[in-house]
Ligand binder design. Structure first.
Ligand SMILES: [Zn+2]
Length: 100
C-alpha cells in the first residue's frame, strides 16, 4: 500500500509516492490532495472557516471548482453552506456618519 493516499477533500484514493514521484514539479501538495482543484477547494474553505475570506468571496472561488464534484462530509457541508449563500444587493451604500 505504499504511496496509497486518500484526498482529504474529496476522499478519493490515489497514489502518490514522494520518493518516486518526487517534488520534481514542486507538487508537494499532492501529498494531501489528489488534484489541484481539491487543493483550491481546501484553501478556500479553510480561509472562509478561519474568517480570512467572506462567504461571497468563497462562493465566487468555489463555484468553478465544484461542478459535479463530490466531497467528503466535512467539505460537502461547508461547500453546501457556501454555495447556498445568496448575495443581497444593496441599493445604497450609505454609511452612517460618525458624529461624535
Ligand atoms: Zn480530491
Amino acid at each position: 500500500m505504499k504511496g496509497q493516499r486518500t484526498c482529504i477533500v474529496c476522499g478519493a484514493t490515489y497514489k502518490y509516492c514522494p520518493a518516486c514521484d518526487g517534488s520534481k514539479d514542486g507538487e508537494t501538495w499532492r501529498f494531501i490532495y489528489d488534484n489541484e482543484s481539491c487543493r483550491k477547494v481546501f484553501n478556500i474553505v479553510s480561509d472562509y472557516v478561519n474568517g480570512k475570506m467572506t462567504i461571497a468571496e468563497a462562493k465566487k472561488g468555489l463555484t468553478p471548482l465544484v461542478d459535479g464534484k463530490e466531497f467528503n462530509s466535512y467539505f460537502s457541508d461547508k461547500v453546501g453552506e457556501i454555495l447556498a449563500y445568496k448575495e443581497t444587493k444593496r441599493r445604497s451604500s450609505k454609511r452612517k456618519a460618525k458624529s461624535e
